[in-house]
Design a binder for this molecule. Structure first.
Ligand code: PLP
Length: 377
């Protein structure tokens, strides 16, 4: 049997990892500024995480949502505290797409409406409604096509107000990333998020903050949307939540009332997933990782802005996009194969930095030095 060949692969096998360092099968060391696609939040193989997951595996790894799982309650309490939304409710699932799918579904149950506003450049996942709300027709299969999703220009308050004026009473939800990741590290402006909040209030629509990539402390705030100073109704989260263990969730405002059977999943909130997610929050809190993301991230952004060859630097905290001119299209590949540094990318020519939140200033300096050399070719 062959693998279904959907991923373009780098010819590298990672066999060992520690914090922001990984090693390949030949023992070659790399600096990981990609964090396995923004997933590694507290560092690869963090000892507290390994111990907590291992201990849990020795007790019970999985039982279904038909019995009490106190670890879920502990996780909800901890998440409420660290995110500052203590009165929100937690539903646990397994991936970012699933989190968004459930958030959109919850909104529709809540106001009994069908239309969703999403934005140009958005990526919300690959399941049916999440992919329909994703601005990439190539990955939308005919069966996912729907007239229920309206795409508007990003950060365009007038277009948003116009859409609400036109279909306000049909709009179930507005879904937006605090910082578009796949779209090339483009931040939603504070005033745009405030406008979403006020229009959703006026029309009883649901504001969904997709925090799958930009959330979980990466920007220095728990949810990147928080810098706008207004609350979303639902926050979706996944990538950093389990430091590599597949776990996702939605944080739901108190006004939503659950009923048995409303949402559900077999694997969501299992014992191992909760142990992994608790270990992550414990380290974020104990090691003050949001502060570190802010400090090391701001330093990187400032230093990158000084480099002349760079077209633009965007982002916040440790979610950084470096836009390069077309003639420097090989830099990302050279960073990996010549300079042994993993980074992410976005089209057309943006290098994405999404490292673990405990990246050190020393590691940031190492990247800056190697990057300057890579720019010279
Ligand atoms: C903003 C955002 N939302 C949703 C998703 C989908 O998450 P998953 O791949 O876990 O389904 C992603 C994945 O990259 C993402 O960046």
């Amino acid at each position: 049997m062959n693998l279904f060949d959907v991923y373009p692969l780098n010819d590298i096998e990672i066999t060992k990892a520690s914090f922001s360092t990984v090693w390949d099968a030949n023992g070659q060391e790399y600096l990981d500024l990609y964090g396995g696609h923004a997933v590694i939040s507290i560092g690869h193989t963090h000892p507290h995480y390994v111990t907590r997951v291992t201990d849990q595996l020795h007790k019970v790894g999985f039982y279904s949502n038909s019995v009490k799982i106190p670890l879920q309650t502990q996780l909800a309490e901890k998440l409420g505290k660290v995110s500052g939304k203590t009165d929100y409710q937690l539903f646990l699932c397994n991936s970012g797409a699933e989190a968004n799918e459930n958030a959109l579904k919850l909104a529709s149950f809540y106001n009994n409406r069908k239309k969703v506003i999403a934005f140009k450049g958005a990526f919300h996942g690959r399941t049916s409604l999440a992919v329909a709300a994703t601005d990439n027709p190539k990955i939308v299969a005919p069966v996912n096509e729907t007239d229920n999703v309206i795409f508007l220009p990003h950060n365009d308050e007038a277009a948003l107000a116009q859409a609400f004026a036109a279909y306000g009473n049909e709009i179930s939800a507005v879904i937006i990333e605090g910082i578009q990741g796949v779209g090339g590290i483009k931040e939603a402006s504070g005033s745009f998020l405030q406008k979403i909040r006020s229009l959703c209030d006026e029309y009883n629509a649901v504001y969904i903050a997709d925090s799958v990539q930009c959330g979980y402390g990466r920007t220095g705030l728990f949810y990147s949307h928080d810098y706008a100073g207004v609350n979303a109704d639902v926050y979706t989260m996944a990538k950093g939540m389990g430091n590599g263990f597949p776990v996702a969730g939605i944080s739901i405002a108190p006004k939503f009332k659950p009923w048995h059977g409303m949402l559900g999943t077999t694997f969501g909130g299992n014992h191992l997933a909760c142990a992994a997610a608790l270990a992550v929050l414990e380290i974020i809190e104990q090691d003050n990782l949001m502060k570190n993301a802010e400090v090391v991230g701001s330093y990187l952004i400032e230093e990158l802005k000084k480099i002349e060859a760079v077209k633009e630097v965007r982002g916040r905290g440790l979610m950084i996009g470096i836009e390069l001119p077309e003639n420097l299209a090989d830099v990302k590949k050279n960073l990996l194969f010549k300079h042994k540094i993993f980074t992410g990318e976005a089209k057309p020519n943006v290098i994405r930095l999404l490292p673990a939140l405990n990246l050190t200033k020393g590691q940031a300096d190492h990247f800056l030095n190697e990057f300057k050399i890579a720019l010279k070719g």
